[in-house]
Design a protein around this ligand. Sequence first.
Ligand code: SF4
Length: 428
Amino acid sequence: MLYEHVVCAFCGCVCDDIDVTVEDGRITQAKNACVLGKAWFLDHGKPTDLPAVRIDGQAASLEEGIDAAASLLARSHYPIIYGLSSTSCEAQRQAVALAEVLGGCIDCCTSVCHGPSGMAVQGVGEPTCTLGEVKNRANLVIYWGSNPAESHPRHMTRYAVTSRGMFTPNGRKDRTVVLVDVRPSPSSRAADIQLTVRPGKDFELLWALRALVQGQKVEESSLADTGVTLEQLVDLAGRMKSCRFGVLFVGQGLTQSRGKHMNLTAAFLLVRDLNRTTKFALMPMRGHGNVTGVDNVLAWQTGYPFGVNFSRGCPRFNPGEFTMVDVLRRGEADAVLSVASDPVASLPNSARRRLADVPVVAIDTHDSETTRIARVVFMAATAGIGVEGTAYRMDNVPLHLSKVLPTPYPSDEEILSRLLARVKEMKP
Ligand code: SF4
């Protein structure tokens, strides 16, 4: 059986042109997908004999699992729900409702990747566009602190570099590609210009670029420790001002290095300045398949994109206080619900050590470090393979996730909505 135009929900590119072949109840081909997408479709399509629910390592029914997880969460004083970047918006919505009823915190993977971008957007606004506009119009493409060749393998070919669009009919020949990073990477091969910035000096470089774009004088000596010469920066500023349509893609090299949200504030302000003379946009290179979706869902429902707390009955936002790493590090959480993520494998040591001290409920599509320590484990259908739903591409365009395989497991949405109903009964 062939399913056409299936969406791949592995990375933030959310490619919607995958042709999936299913034979004998297994996915055997994912045409058009990159190596990461192929692995995602083929691995998640494998049959598994893991029980749908485990309580303390023993197989249990869904009803028993819901009861055990709900009583554990309802008894807690400061629970935190975390993850959600690899599930559907429908499930994310249930998780927000559950956090509100519990009066706890809800945080997503954004807080450890592009949280600083979200904070900068709140401070200075977001001059952005869609990937369709990039494909059709952009003749200057800058990747800053990002290595798309490895992290988003089809980003360059499908949207930004070699793709042919309405006003870029010659594809690669119509574009200038600039890479700014602390070292050359596999993406460097695709770049016309590579600027190597010293680690931790991105803010200084962005601020100097702002000055040049505004026509101000910049001394060579002020760039001495950035690793970039004044000549290189003047050239880049000139290209940025004179391009027809430019786009700056920012990666975790900017969000997770010294300066964090101030780096992003500088980048957004630079793009705002450029829009006085040309058309320019900025887009964060979001990693997980639906991490953009969880930011959107949280923002619709609470006003904030991550790190939200409901303990006073209304949503409050404070990165550093209500974010997963910080709540764990301070030893405040007394229960954790992990959804479609693996905090034990991905959080810093100081935070993940604490996970061993609190009861954990895990909902995931496969076994992981987190399901191994969790008291209650739910195996869920993969959104986009075993269950339908909605995911947001990195440019905030929502796409429909298809179901291509039958699965014995319930969806994240079903598990979370049943948990919500049970917690409401226990915690009026
Ligand atoms: S680029 Fe990302 S979304 Fe596209 S096929 Fe590869 S992993 Fe999937």
